[in-house]
Design a protein around this ligand. Structure first.
Ligand code: T1G
Length: 683
């Protein structure tokens, strides 16, 4: 079946792209489209061309899966040049999203029209490269540097309306009229003598403010920290204002080849495909269909309950929140409203959308209001006996095919399910705080969870915009189990002489947004701490007893000024030294390399144990959990991909070197075997 077809509409040639699922510009598509452009060029009857696409979007860009294979002609830059240099006007009709190479094709066309829902962008930087088919040279020439820089360097798409306002799109037309309007527009412009050629334009770049590039670097420094591609993007756009097009495009190509063969791009492409793979459940019959879910119940209007509810409200589900006391309910609903208002103030939602979401919310003090819910999620206190009591009541109230889910972050979902008469309808849905923001959702599959309940949960996750990863039942599932191992090492190194900010700095330099002790101060050192039971038996005890309970008390492992800026605390270092000497621990200088290896290598080892036990389906799932839930820097690919890049033999050697510090944790057999064979987890 051809992926590109042509049809003559009088003197207009309509070229249609149809390459599901995302109309990627694979080699076959490029060859067929080049032939279509040639056909238009050779025909005297044809006076103009329309390029359009079938399906829900125009194109997701170049075919990323081809990056690792030998290039096939024509390249995308060559195809775009053939469109741009055609002696007849080419109008592109964007039926939906046009990203990467799809946007660059549009920039090579002489005229662009789009439907209102179209999103247009150059997200290449998100996979560690830069637009490699003229985007860095043509976009600034069409919209100016001020508009082009954020599109290219952040990789975030813009709306059709915005694109029209900055001159990237000539017209916005209703979807049902797109094809005919494009043909009419093509006929109209065919009358013109001249047509705008993006690569020839200089009107938008001739008086570029030379400081715009440094200003942009400064403004975005924090977010772009550690990444190679954004800087190359800025340099390429700058060259567009300094060099003739031919020289600029040659530099773009040079940067592209350098980045695409680099580790960061390989890591980010791994993350891209691993996130999509995570949504697939191995070994499940293809015909298992999700159950219908219209109404969702949430137990608990606290931070987690409220955040979880917002996901479903924003996606248009009816939500019933149940609390024990009216004031807790009012407080919870108040926070939901406040969060929505804040989102609207940032322009990420309209007030109409906020009102619509809040309109789906019902509150109650009575569990019986869950009787007609398709799904009930409990977000109550993290204690097994409370969980069991809640699920016992749900079992009595919920309708036969209702799904009962626990938002537990650690506890045994099988034990929770066992206290119902229908464990096949029970699973864990582990959201991450703030639940309305964090993309990750660990879907915890109990031993008796039915395939249909699992498929329903994965389908729902996609509908509420989450990246779902299936985890088996173990303490802390995938993410928290590995986090516990890292924290163990962090605490151990404190006793051996490393200081909190020294340990945190190692992870910050590695690319994490914060280190373990900053995280502890943010969450609160008194989380799960009971003052009346405190006996100074841990460093945390002593700090809490001294009122150092974290950022909220202005001091924890760090001291905080009024702007919440942190500073190391000599009092804390003294507590640690005192603790170490009282427990007979010899203190010594610990190198940054040892700190990094002892924080990260045991995590990789725990990941390997998680794979061995079948808790995670694949290494990419573990990477997806850590990148989307725990701030692991995506440009290193996640813990398992990162381990592959530095070599499992080196990880193993490090683990053996530090074996004495890993308490009773065993080194994974899978890791040993793969290291011996020179293999990786993601091979
Ligand atoms: N190449 C190959 N496969 C792709 C793809 C692409 N560009 N985009 C998506 N897929 C696959 C994806 O893996 C999944 O496969 C299926 O399509 C559906 O995707 C020269 C070099 C377009 C917004 O970075 O952001 O152009 O799991 O589940 O949620 O400058 O996909 O079903 O087997 O994500 O509706 C730049 C990447 C390329 C955009 C659709 N483009 N794609 O989201 O579906 S580089 C991008 C996306 C480039 C030029 C350079 C999203 C989407 P499977 P999906 P979705």
């Amino acid at each position: 079946m051809s992926k590109v077809t042509t049809r003559r509409e009088g003197d207009v040639l309509v070229v249609s792209l149809d390459n599901p699922p995302v109309n990627a510009f694979s080699a076959e598509v490029r060859q067929q489209m080049a032939a279509a452009i040639e056909e238009a060029g050779e025909s005297d009857e044809i006076r103009a061309v329309v390029i359009r696409a079938e399906g829900r979007m125009f194109s997701g860009g170049a075919d990323i899966t081809e990056f690792n294979s030998a290039p096939v002609d024509p390249s995308l830059p060559d195809l775009i040049d053939s469109i741009e240099t055609l002696a007849k006007p080419v109008v592109i009709a964007l039926n939906g999203t046009a990203l990467g190479g799809g946007c660059e094709i549009a920039l090579g066309c002489h005229y662009r029209i789009a439907v209102p829902s179209a999103k247009i962008g150059l997200p290449e930087v998100k996979i560690g490269i830069l637009p490699g088919a003229g985007g860095t040279q043509r976009l600034p020439r069409v919209v100016g540097v001020e508009q082009a820089l954020p599109i290219i360097v952040t990789g975030n798409p813009i709306s059709a309306k915005k694109a029209e306002s900055i001159g990237l799109v000539d017209r916005v037309v209703e979807p049902e009229k797109l094809r005919e309007e494009a043909i009419a527009f093509a006929r109209e412009v065919a009358e013109r003598d001249e047509h705008p050629v993006s690569s020839r334009r200089t009107d938008k770049i001739s008086d570029t403010d030379p400081d715009v590039f440094d200003d942009f670097r400064e403004k975005h420094a924090r977010r772009l920290r550690g990444q190679e591609a954004p800087e190359k993007c800025i340099q390429a756009v700058k060259l567009a204002t300094e060099l003739p097009y031919e020289e600029g495009i040659a530099k773009e190509r040079e940067f592209f080849i350098e980045l695409v063969s680099g580790t960061q791009s390989k890591a980010l492409r791994h993350v891209f495909f691993a996130e999509r793979q995570a949504g697939k459940i191995d070994g499940l019959a293809k015909d298992v269909r999700p159950l219908p879910v219209r109404k969702v119940g949430i137990i608990g209007a606290g931070t987690m309950g409220g955040g979880i509810a917002m996901n479903f409200l924003s996606a248009g589900y009816d939500v019933t929140i149940v609390e024990r006391k009216q004031d807790a309910l009012d407080r919870g609903v108040g926070i939901i409203r406040k969060n929505y208002d804040a989102t609207a103030r940032k322009g990420r939602m309209t007030t109409e959308q906020v009102d619509a979401a809040m309109g789906h919310l019902t509150t109650s003090l009575d569990y019986r209001d869950f009787a007609d819910c398709d799904l009930v999620i409990e977000a109550v206190f993290e204690l097994m006996e409370i969980k069991k009591e809640v699920f016992g009541r749900l079992d009595e109230i919920c309708k036969p095919d209702a799904i009962m889910a626990s938002n537990t972050s650690y506890l045994d979902v099988n034990e929770i399910a066992a206290c119902t008469s229908r464990p096949e309808n029970v699973l864990g849905l582990h959201f991450f705080s703030p639940a309305n923001i964090m993309r990750l959702l660990e879907v915890v599959r109990g031993d008796k969870t039915s395939p249909q309940v699992l498929v329903t949960a994965m389908d729902l996750a996609k509908k509420i915009g989450k990246v779902a990863v299936v985890s088996g039942v173990c303490h802390g599932f995938i993410g928290n189990r590995m986090l516990a191992v890292r924290q163990e090492q962090a605490n151990a190194m404190l006793m051996e002489g490393a200081l909190p900010d020294q340990i945190d700095r190692v992870l910050l330099e590695f690319g994490f947004p914060m280190g373990p002790f900053q995280m502890a101060d943010l969450a609160g050192l008194d989380l799960g701490w009971k003052e009346d039971e405190s006996d100074s038996s841990t460093i945390r005890d002593v700090l809490c007893e001294r009122g150092r309970r974290g950022q909220k008390t202005g001091k924890g492992f760090y001291d905080y000024d009024e702007n919440r800026r942190r500073a190391p605390s000599e009092e804390v270092n003294e507590v640690i030294r005192d603790f170490a000497s009282r427990s007979g621990k010899e203190q010594r200088d610990i190198s940054e390399e040892e700190i990094r290896e002892r924080l990260l290598y045991p995590m990789v080892n725990e990941g390997a144990l998680i794979l061995e036990e079948g808790i995670a389906q694949r290494a990419g799932d573990i990477d997806t959990v850590w990148v989307n839930g725990y701030g692991w820097p995506p440009y290193t690919g996640g813990p398992m991909f990162w381990a592959d890049t530095i070599g499992l033999d080196r990880i193993l050697a490090g683990l053996e070197r530090y074996e004495g510090t890993m308490e009773d944790r065993e080194i994974s057999t899978l890791l040993r075997e793969k290291a011996a064979k020179g293999e990786g987890f993601n091979d």
